[in-house]
Write a protein that binds this ligand. Structure first.
Ligand code: HEM
Ligand code: HEM
Length: 176
């Protein structure tokens, strides 16, 4: 079993972090694009969104396994305790919210039947049905929470890297 050195995350955790981050950002952008669409191209994007979303879900499940398998660097002892707690809480949200997104997306398509409209390219049927699918509302609300968490996370990383200059990015850097 590979373990992290005390000062950095393990290579697997780092690789999964950046792959997961790229996929999440892409899914959020595609999700926003679909939101304003009414034509058949919406379903083409949605077909891609669901496939990439499912792969992302698998990656986050694997991430969760490595969360327990691999030791992680401790919070910087120079951080005020409140700040360390906030960072930890946001990390937790960044592990869990993507899984809620995948579960609510899958439930909308597979349990509440929206998938049949995507498979048949029936945009009129999709638009008529989508308004009354509860997990899709959950998907929209959790998407906003996820965006807010990512924004706070990235602001925190930039602040520490460039204002505090405490080298936080080296903990998550692909370069060894
Ligand atoms: C693209 C901009 C991003 C940057 C610059 C960034 C940077 C970082 C850095 C430097 C850390 C280490 C923090 C520390 O050691 O205290 C970290 C941890 C983490 N990041 Fe990101 N990140 C980004 C995007 C994301 C996204 C989109 C997600 C997921 C939705 C994410 C999820 C996480 C999680 C869960 C951790 C904690 C890892 C652990 O403790 O196991 N990050 N990130
Ligand atoms: C972490 C993974 C995912 C992320 C970050 C994500 C993100 C988003 C976002 C930001 C939206 C727009 C929400 C809005 O503005 O109301 C959206 C819409 C949607 N997503 Fe996802 N999604 C993910 C996974 C999935 C999966 C796995 C599925 C299906 C299997 C799915 C199905 C949908 C559907 C049906 C919509 C509504 C499209 C519309 O009617 O405009 N998503 N998603």
């Amino acid at each position: 079993m590979t373990t992290s050195s005390p000062s950095r995350y393990s290579k697997v955790t780092i690789a999964l972090h950046w792959l997961g981050a790229l996929l999440i950002l892409g899914l959020i952008v595609v999700g926003q694009m679909m939101d304003g669409m009414q034509g058949p191209e919406k379903l083409e994007l949605l077909d891609m969104h669901r496939k990439i979303g499912l792969v992302t879900g698998l990656i986050f499940l694997v991430r969760l396994v490595f969360f327990f398998l691999h030791a992680r660097p401790e919070a910087d002892p120079n951080w005020p305790p409140m700040q360390a707690k906030l960072a930890k809480a946001i990390h937790l949200l960044l592990y869990l919210l993507p899984l809620v997104m995948v579960a609510s997306g899958m439930a909308s398509l597979m349990i509440f039947g929206l998938g049949q409209y995507v498979d048949n390219g029936d945009i009129a049927g999709y638009l008529a049905a989508a308004g009354s699918v509860p997990p899709l509302n959950v998907h929209g609300i959790v998407a906003k929470l996820l965006v807010a968490s990512v924004v706070l996370h990235v602001i925190g990383a930039i602040y520490h890297q460039f204002v505090k200059k405490d080298g936080i990015m080296t903990r998550m850097s692909l370069r060894s």
